[in-house]
Structures are given as C-alpha cells and as structure tokens.
Design a protein around this ligand. Structure first.
Ligand code: SF4
Ligand code: SF4
Length: 189
C-alpha cells in the first residue's frame, strides 16, 4: 500500500478542497464517519471507494484520490445517502461537485460514463428529451463497441420500446435556455 504523508497531502489539497466546498456548499468536516451513507447506497458494492471513504478523503484534503475515484462516476445521484446522513451532509451534492471538478481538471476515471453523460445531455438539449436509440448508437460508436447489445435492437424496435426517430417536446426553447444558462455560468456541457 502506498504511504501517504498526511501533512503534506493536506496542505497540497487545500486549494481544491476550498473549490469543492465553495461550489457544493457542503462542509465535509461535519461528517463523523458513521457509515450510514455507505450502508444505504445502492451502488456501493461496485464502487472502488465507498461514499464514507470519499467523505474522509475530502476531509483530509486528499483531493486527487477523491477526484480520480471511479465512485464519483458510479454514483446514481439517488440522494439516499444525503437523506440518511445524521449530520445532514449532502453527500450526493458533494459527488456531483467532485464530478464537475474532475471533468474540469481532466481527471475522469470512468471515460465511458463521462461519454454517456455527454451524449445524454446533448440529446436532451437537442430534443427536449432523450432519444434512446440515438443515445445507444452514439455510445456504441464513440465508445468503439459498435455491436454492443445490437441483438436487442430489432425486437425492441418491433415492440415499440425504441423509436427510430426522436420525439421532441413542444417548446424546446426553455430547455435550450437552461443549457445556455449553465454554459454562461462556466458549466461544461
Ligand atoms: S452518513 Fe453522514 S456522517 Fe455518516 S459517514 Fe456518511 S457523510 Fe459521514
Ligand atoms: S447519491 Fe450516489 S453515493 Fe449517494 S446513495 Fe445514491 S448512488 Fe450512493
């Protein structure tokens, strides 16, 4: 196991910790490491670090470890952890902020998850809602796995579970405004 010099790592991580605290509005120091967030997290079994461990890394200022973790990309934003936390720490919001900052710094541990997010958002921006078939095709093509799950396609199309063309909402202008606002505030979409 790699040895970590805590004092030096803490000093190094302070700038990013301040950025995370400011953007999320979450004070990691409130966490007393009870583990209730991890116990309720439906995705914890697949994470490389549990939500409690992510909170500990953030408390210690070990920001590179937190930002490079797969966990922040596997988080499903279900809010269970935030609801269960006896200290009212909004862990889900912290995960979201860590994803945003990881992306900004080019620390994306789960490239496919990031690709999925990008394609999903592009589809919503364009149509006002997601076009599943377009999303799957884009994900397979850009993810260099063109035939992944292709055998499900014909039966799903026949049963009407997938639509060949996107369904757009009536007034997509409002949705486009939301995206424009996020970009104006420095968000990367
Ligand atoms: S539930 Fe809250 S206090 Fe407990 S470990 Fe998770 S973040 Fe910390
Ligand atoms: S919001 Fe993320 S970290 Fe929290 S319980 Fe849901 S999946 Fe787990």
């Amino acid at each position: 196991m790699e040895r970590i010099e805590l004092t030096a790592a803490w000093a190094e991580g302070q700038e990013v910790l301040a950025e995370v605290t400011k953007e999320s509005g979450v004070r990691a120091s409130k966490c007393y490491q009870c583990g209730k967030c991890t116990a309720g997290c439906p995705v914890a079994f697949a994470m490389d670090k549990t939500p409690r461990e992510i909170m500990r890394l953030v408390q210690l200022g070990l920001m590179d470890e937190a930002l490079q973790s797969q966990t922040i990309w596997l988080c499903a934003s279900c809010d269970t952890c935030s609801t269960r936390c006896p200290r009212e720490v909004d862990i889900a919001r912290m995960m979201e902020t860590l994803r945003i900052i990881a992306k900004r710094k080019g620390f994306v541990a789960e490239k496919k998850m990031d690709l999925f997010h990008d394609l999903f958002l592009k589809s919503v921006e364009k149509n006002g809602r997601v076009h599943e078939l377009g999303l799957i095709l884009g994900f397979n093509i850009y993810g260099m796995q063109p035939l992944k799950d292709a055998h499900f396609g014909p039966s799903m199309l026949l049963k009407g579970k997938l639509s060949p063309l996107p369904h757009t909402i009536k007034d997509n202008g409002e949705v486009k405004k939301i995206f424009a606002n996020v970009r104006k505030r420095g968000g990367k979409l």
